[in-house]
Design a protein around this ligand. Structure first.
Ligand code: PNW
Length: 635
């Protein structure tokens, strides 16, 4: 039985006798057609629910006017932490007083020394051919103690020099005012938990708009408010690591959203009329999906999780209604009551602030990397009490998609498309600007994993632009060069350029992805050249899987047993085979490969990923990438 599963014409009309769960299949596959692999043979009554394949994208060409850039952040690249008048910031304090908090004991003292090597970095940007460069200003470099009463002229000089160098190459700056490096003096006053910070941020923004506004036409107020409030105030994952879970995080969001709104209005009323630029906020998303899309409870909980994560900051700014999402307000109030508190730990804004915050972003800036799955109701085993995570009331898992070097980053491109469609629906079809997206490995020049990630995620952007009319106008890759990846130090590398940090000259060496991204920008089209494909993959295209046999085996007791064990280890009912043979499956895969299946209800089978042990540590691939291996699927 043959089924042209991924052909448009067949997608809507499966061949008779073959039961395909189209809702699920098209959801997963919507991004791609498999032109080269026309037919996938499936046994009768087999429901397939696999990852999507990187073969040939459905769309490859970006629309007219779509722009590309790369991003960095001051503290991650500049170094020069205490020279030329820069004040101490929270990351300086955090890494100096608790060096063990960083995986490889590195810090931002020198980082990749971009303070001194910025001209070299501008050349790298020029080589890539980017339309714009997203950078952030170091508040403490400009205002050493955070306050406007002491301005550091050298700080202003540095940013002017950088902006001039960019202008000379015709690279437009997209500038973030706050990318996590709060002046320590302001942290001493309570940081974002202190409502007075609204005024300090106003003064700082005012100075930046006035000083740099002729050179900067695109601004971002805050980078990733969730990470600021939850990771740094609610947890210990980012500096200052207050670990005030369920309390400090919500105090932070109140201040931060007001500070954002005030900076927006200032720009809008005073500076925009003369300078004519735009201003937005960049919100990070972990996109939550139900582990089983047919499970109503999981679907509802995933929606709640998305409101808690993305909606926490997007709802007050981008909806008609304004304020925090109703579900969030309700959940935290209920939990607070159960904790015996007189008021909710999350205070809803009053009418004045609801109105003041609404509509304060020209574009919806999205940072996106990954997707998690929701498996059911309850308290996540990792949740503290009280906490944001406990307030959600859902159990989640990262057992989805392919690996990266970061535990939190799973490669799952279709989640990106779902997030973008969700944003279109929830926020009244906003203009969307992707302000970050990227992939980590341990540092390799032949970074096929990164190329594959960009290819697959960008392909999803094209799909939602053309198929769903989602208004995405720009894309920013994270990041120009390997840099100080916060608590991961240099152990996780996101850069296009490799930086050897053991060499005092900190040389930047282009990885293969530089050529990929350069070609993409030059042609405004996803490169499909062979040279960007992992060589060992090309050689293995004759692999096949005996699905019939797999299904057969699945019904046998030992397979059930294995599934149960898999269940125990990972709630997704994922079977992990990392050994030489594949248990009852006897798959003719090479000996160094492992394959992960998701056994859904009714024997639905999802190929999550195939991993080659030999490549682990260097290259990580998603299911998406490996599906072409199953070219000749036999009955
Ligand atoms: C972003 N998540 O952080 C930051 O803006 C960058 O400074 C950072 O280097 C980059 O992404 C890579 O980590 C994130 O859990 C932190 O989804 C966490 C998540 C996403 C982005």
């Amino acid at each position: 039985m043959k089924l042209g599963l991924l052909r448009d014409k067949c997608r809507k009309k499966p061949m008779e006798g073959v039961k395909v769960n189209l809702a699920r299949t098209t959801r997963r596959f919507s991004a791609h057609t498999i032109d080269e692999y026309e037919y996938i043979e499936l046994p009768r009554s087999f429901e397939m629910n696999a990852g999507c394949a990187r073969v040939s994208a459905q769309h490859t060409k970006f629309p007219e006017g779509f722009i590309f850039g790369v991003a960095t952040a001051a503290h991650q690249i500049e170094g020069a932490w205490n020279v030329s008048g820069k004040g101490e910031n929270v990351w300086d304090r955090f890494t100096h007083t608790q060096p063990e908090m960083v995986a490889d004991l590195t810090n931002g003292d020198v980082a990749v020394d971009s303070y001194n090597r910025y001209l070299e970095d501008v050349e790298a940007l020029e080589y890539l051919g980017v339309d714009f460069y997203r950078l952030s200003l170091s508040w403490a470099r400009i205002l050493p103690n955070g306050r406007i009463d002491e301005i550091n002229p050298d700080g202003l000089r540095y940013y002017h020099a950088l902006l001039d160098a960019l202008a000379e190459k015709n690279i437009k700056p997209l500038v973030t005012l706050f990318h996590w490096d709060l002046p320590q003096k302001l942290q001493d006053l309570g940081g974002w938990a202190n409502p007075e910070l609204v005024d300090y941020f106003y003064d700082y923004s005012d100075l930046c708009f006035r000083e740099f506004g002729d050179k900067i036409k695109s601004w971002i107020t805050f980078n990733e408010p969730y990470e600021i409030c939850e990771d740094a105030y609610g947890d210990i994952l980012k500096a200052p690591g207050l670990n005030s879970h369920g309390v400090g995080n919500y105090l932070c969001s109140n201040t931060l959203l007001k500070a954002h709104a005030e900076a927006y209005h200032l720009y809008d009323q005073i500076y925009r009329p003369k300078q004519g630029g735009n201003i937005m906020i960049s919100i990070n998303s972990i996109w939550y999906e139900p582990s089983d899309p047919n499970n109503e409870e999981q679907v509802t909980l995933a929606e709640t999780a998305n409101q808690f994560k993305f909606g926490w900051f997007a709802h007050p700014i981008f909806t008609e209604e304004g304020g925090y999402p109703a579900q969030m307000v309700e959940n935290v109030a209920r939990q607070s009551e159960m904790e015996g508190l007189a008021r909710s730990r999350l205070q809803q804004f009053n009418d004045y602030w609801i109105q003041r915050i609404k509509g304060t972003s020209d574009y919806l800036g999205i940072n996106h990397y990954t997707t998690f799955l929701v498996t059911g109701p309850g308290v996540d085993p990792t949740a503290k009490s009280p906490s944001w995570l406990k307030d959600i009331g859902a159990v989640t898992t990262m057992e989805v998609g392919g690996d990266s070097a970061s535990t939190w980053l799973r490669v799952y491109p279709s989640g990106f498309a779902n997030l973008l469609r969700w944003c279109k629906r929830n926020y009244n079809d906003p203009i969307i600007f992707i302000t970050e997206n990227g992939f980590s490995d341990r540092g390799t020049l032949e970074d096929y994993g990164r190329i594959s990630y960009y290819n697959d995620y960008l392909s999803e952007i094209l799909n939602v632009i053309y198929n769903d009319d989602v208004n995405v106008i720009g894309y920013t890759a994270w990041t120009l060069m390997d840099n100080f990846e916060w608590r991961a130090g240099f152990s996780e590398r996101f850069g296009f350029y490799y930086v050897n940090i053991t060499d005092p000259n900190l040389p930047r060496t282009p990885k293969l992805s530089v050529e990929y991204f350069k070609q993409l920008i030059a042609n405004r089209e996803l490169p499909q050249d062979d040279r960007f494909k992992e060589p060992s993959l090309k050689a293995r295209e004759d692999l096949h899987v005996d699905f019939d046999r797999v299904l057969n085996e699945l019904s046998k007791p030992n397979a059930r047993e294995l599934a149960r064990l898999g269940n125990h280890a990972c709630p997704l009912r994922t079977l992990k085979f990392r050994s030489v043979n594949f248990g009852p499956f006897s798959l003719p895969l090479p000996q160094d490969a492992s394959i992960r299946f998701n056994l859904g209800p009714g024997s639905q089978l999802q190929i999550l990923s195939v991993t080659f042990e030999r490549l682990r540590g260097a290259i990580f691939r998603s299911a998406a990438t490996y599906l072409p291996l199953f070219k000749h699927i036999r009955q």
